[in-house]
Design a protein around this ligand. Structure first.
Ligand SMILES: [Zn+2]
Length: 536
C-alpha cells in the first residue's frame, strides 16, 4: 500500500521550543527532504510571518524533483469574505501547488475560540476549501482537534469533515492536536471516518502522551494513507510524530511504500543534517537513526552481534542509513568509510598507506570533536587530499587579528594575513565587523589575483557549539559554516579551544575544497562523499 509522507518540520517543527531556522536553513532543509523522497513539504505559514513569506518567495531557488511544496494557513476569518481574507490570499500568493488549511472540528473551540455558530464554522470551511480549489490548489484539510472534537460530539466533528469533503478537499487529515488520545481509541475513530468518506484520509499526531508514532501507525492500519510529522519529531510542546520512525516502521514492518527502500538509506543522514541546521544535538537513543540505535556495549551482546547481527538488532542498520557500532572496539565507523570508498572504486586510487592515513586522520578528527557527517565539505576535502597528496594551493604564513571596542561606535576588528602561494608572498590587512569577518576579507585579498574563482564562495551561515561545557572557558568549540557557490552548498567544520582558530580552520577547508574541485572535477569522488554523509 502506498502511504504519502507529509513533513512539517518547517512549519509545526519550528514551533518547538528550541527550533529555529533561518530562511537559508529552510531552503536547505526543503532540498534535503526532497532528496529523501518526502511527498509533501510544508514550508510555513505565509500569512503569519515575514520569514515564511520570504521562504515562499525564494522557493523558486529550490530544485525539487519529487516533493510538492505546501503552504499552511487557516480557514478564513468569520468577518471576512473569503476573497478578501488576507491569510487566504497569502496562501494563494505563496504559489505552491498544495495548500493545507486547518479548521475547527470541536464545538467547544467554535463557540469559545471563534465565537461563532456551529453552522457558520461549516461555511468557513467549505468556502475556504472551494476558494482554494478554484485557484487550482491541491487542498489538505487539517481537522484541528478532530479526536477531542469527536469525543465531545461525533456528529458535529463528522459534519466539519463533510463540509471540507463536499467542497473538494483532496485530503481529510485528522489531527490529534493536543496529543492526548490513546492509540486504540484513535484507531477506532479513524475507522469510522474511513467508512464514511472516500478519498485520502490523513493523520497528524502530537506526542504529548508519547504515542504519536504509535498513533500514526495505528491510523494507517485503520485506513489512513497520508502521514504527517517531522523528522526527529520536532514540534510544539512534546513534538509531532517522528516521521523518521513512522517511515521506517511503515517501510520495514508494515509493508507500506513511502519513500521507497532505496531512499530509506538516506533517513539517518537527513535527520542528522536537519538537527545540525537546527543547531540541536540529536538524541543518541533516537530509534532507527540515533547514534546509539545500533550500538552494542555489553560483552555478550557484542560477541553475539559480531556472529550474527540479527541476535540483537531488529533491522539491519544500513537500510536506514545508520551503522552498527561496537563500543568496546569502536571500529565500525572507519570500516564504513573504507566500505564506501571501495564501493565506488576509489579505494584503489589510494594506496595502502594513503588509505590508512586517511582513516587515521578521520579517527583523530572524530576523537577531537569533529563531526564529519554534518560537514560534507570537510570530509570531501579529506578524500580529495588523500587522492591527490601533495597538492598545495597556498600555505598560511601567519594571521593576526585584534578587536577594538569602547567609546560610542561599534567594535571593529583588524586582521593581517600572510600567505605563500605559487606567485609569491602576499600580505594583506583588512578591517571587518568582527574578527572572523576581518580574517575572511584578508584571505580573499591575498588569494584573489591567483584564484579569482574563490570570489564565488559565499558564507551563508555560521554556528558555534561548545563541546564540553563542564570545562567552562577551556572548553573546545566546534564551528560549522555553511557555504555556497553558483551551484552547490556545503558545510565545513573546525574544532579548537579558540573560536577564532576553529573558524579559521573551517574557512581554510572551504577555500581549499573549492580549489580542489576547480582543478579536478571528478564526479566519482563527489559520489563517494555524498554516500559518506548518507551512510556512516
Ligand atoms: Zn500540529
Amino acid at each position: 500500500m502506498r502511504v504519502f509522507t507529509f513533513d512539517t518540520t518547517l512549519r509545526d517543527g519550528t514551533q518547538g521550543e528550541h527550533v529555529s531556522f533561518s530562511v537559508e536553513d529552510k531552503l536547505l532543509v526543503a532540498q534535503k527532504l526532497d532528496e529523501l523522497g518526502i511527498d509533501y513539504i510544508e514550508g510555513g505559514w505565509p500569512g503569519s510571518n515575514p520569514k515564511d513569506k520570504e521562504f515562499f518567495a525564494r522557493a523558486g531557488e529550490l530544485r525539487l524533483t519529487h516533493a510538492r511544496l505546501t503552504a499552511f494557513g487557516s480557514t478564513r476569518f468569520a468577518r471576512n469574505p473569503v476573497e478578501e481574507d488576507r491569510n487566504v490570499r497569502a496562501l494563494v500568493e505563496a504559489g505552491t501547488p498544495v495548500v493545507s488549511i486547518f479548521g475547527k472540528s470541536w464545538d467547544l473551540h467554535v463557540k469559545r475560540a471563534l465565537g461563532i455558530s456551529l453552522e457558520e464554522n461549516l461555511v468557513l470551511i467549505s468556502e475556504t476549501v472551494e476558494f482554494l480549489k478554484r485557484h487550482g490548489k491541491e487542498v489538505v484539510y487539517d481537522a484541528e482537534h478532530f479526536f477531542d472534537g469527536y469525543a465531545a460530539g461525533p456528529e458535529y466533528a463528522l459534519r466539519t469533515l463533510e463540509a471540507a469533503h463536499a467542497a473538494g478537499a483532496d485530503v481529510l487529515c485528522l489531527c490529534d492536536t493536543n496529543g492526548g488520545t490513546l492509540t486504540s481509541r484513535l484507531a477506532e475513530v479513524v475507522r469510522v471516518v474511513r467508512g464514511r468518506f472516500d478519498g485520502v484520509i490523513g493523520i497528524h499526531a502530537h506526542n504529548d502522551s508519547d504515542l504519536a508514532v504509535a498513533n500514526t501507525l495505528a491510523a494507517v492500519e485503520a485506513g489512513a494513507t497520508h502521514v504527517q510529522g517531522c523528522l526527529n519529531g520536532y514540534g510544539e510542546r512534546c513534538g509531532n510524530a517522528n516521521l523518521a520512525s513512522v517511515i521506517a516502521n511503515l517501510e520495514l514492518k508494515a509493508e507500506c511504500q513511502t519513500i521507497g527502500s532505496e531512499k530509506l538509506a538516506g533517513l539517518a543522514p537527513a535527520c542528522r543534517f536537519i538537527a545540525d541546521l537546527a543547531n540541536l544535538t540529536m538524541r543518541n537513543d533516537q530509534p532507527f537513526v540515533g547514534k546509539s540505535a545500533f550500538a552494542h556495549k555489553g560483552g555478550i551482546h557484542v560477541s553475539a552481534v559480531l556472529k550474527d547481527s540479527a541476535t540483537y538488532e531488529h533491522i539491519r542498520p544500513e537500510v536506514v542509513g545508520n551503522g552498527q557500532r561496537v563500543l568496546v572496539s569502536d571500529l565500525s565507523g572507519r570500516g564504513n568509510i573504507l566500505f564506501k570508498l571501495k564501493q565506488h572504486g576509489l579505494a584503489g586510487r589510494l594506496d595502502e598507506n594513503a588509505r590508512r592515513e586517511l582513516l587515521e586522520r578521520i579517527k583523530q578528527m572524530e576523537h577531537d570533536g569533529y563531526e564529519l557527517e554534518a560537514a560534507e565539505g570537510t570530509f570531501e576535502l579529506l578524500v580529495r587530499e588523500a587522492i591527490r597528496p601533495g597538492v598545495r594551493f597556498f600555505e598560511v604564513g601567519s594571521y593576526d587579528v585584534s578587536t577594538r571596542a569602547g567609546g560610542r561606535g561599534p567594535s571593529r576588528s583588524d586582521a593581517t594575513v600572510t600567505v605563500w602561494a605559487r606567485d609569491g608572498v602576499h600580505s594583506e590587512t583588512a578591517t571587518g565587523h568582527g574578527p572572523f569577518h576581518a580574517l575572511h576579507l584578508c584571505l580573499r585579498k591575498c588569494l584573489s589575483d591567483l584564484y579569482p574563482q574563490i570570489a564565488e564562495v559565499r558564507l551563508m551561515d555560521y554556528k558555534v557549539r561548545v563541546l564540553d561545557s563542564r570545562k567552562g572557558t577551556a572548553a573546545k568549540v566546534r564551528v560549522l559554516i555553511e557555504w555556497r557557490d553558483h551551484d552547490r552548498a556545503w558545510s565545513t567544520v573546525g574544532v579548537s579551544d579558540n573560536v577564532i582558530e576553529a573558524s579559521w580552520r573551517a574557512l581554510m577547508d572551504a577555500i581549499r575544497l573549492e580549489l580542489m574541485r576547480l582543478t579536478e572535477d571528478d564526479a566519482s569522488i563527489e559520489k563517494a562523499v555524498e554516500d559518506y554523509s548518507w551512510g556512516v
